[in-house]
Design a protein. Structure first.
Length: 118
């Protein structure tokens, strides 16, 4: 099982489609009470980045298949003192947790979110 990462090219429609489907599936697990992820909102930061914000998106691939996306808002080139990157997942999203562990992430804290649906 080989895990790799590569920059996301917004012109690569097939990869963008796969990453979007992965993000929709992850949101359904992480935030099941929220409406589905909007395709335009998902792509907007790639197609129209905010001035002064250097956001990099990386595609995580497992045996060549797209399995996730990571946004790196601060790169080592612009933030050489950067030493830690935090991410989060729902405890039930075991698939993404396994990928994060393979990428080198380690648990740092836990939390419980409370929500009242009215």
């Amino acid at each position: 099982m080989g895990l790799s990462g590569s920059p996301l090219d917004p012109a690569d429609q097939a990869t963008l489609d796969a990453v979007y489907r992965t993000a929709v599936a992850a949101q359904a697990v992480d935030e099941p009470d929220l409406p589905p992820l909007c395709r335009r909102r998902f792509e907007a930061p790639l197609r129209h980045p905010m001035p002064g914000v250097d956001t990099r998106w990386w595609v995580a691939r497992l045996d060549g298949a797209s399995v996730g996306v990571r946004r790196l808002d601060h790169t080592l080139a612009r933030e050489p003192e950067l030493r830690v990157i935090d991410t989060f997942n729902a405890a039930t999203n075991t698939h993404m947790i396994a990928i994060n562990e393979q990428l080198g992430y380690r648990p740092a804290a836990g939390s419980t979110d409370w929500r009242l649906t009215i």
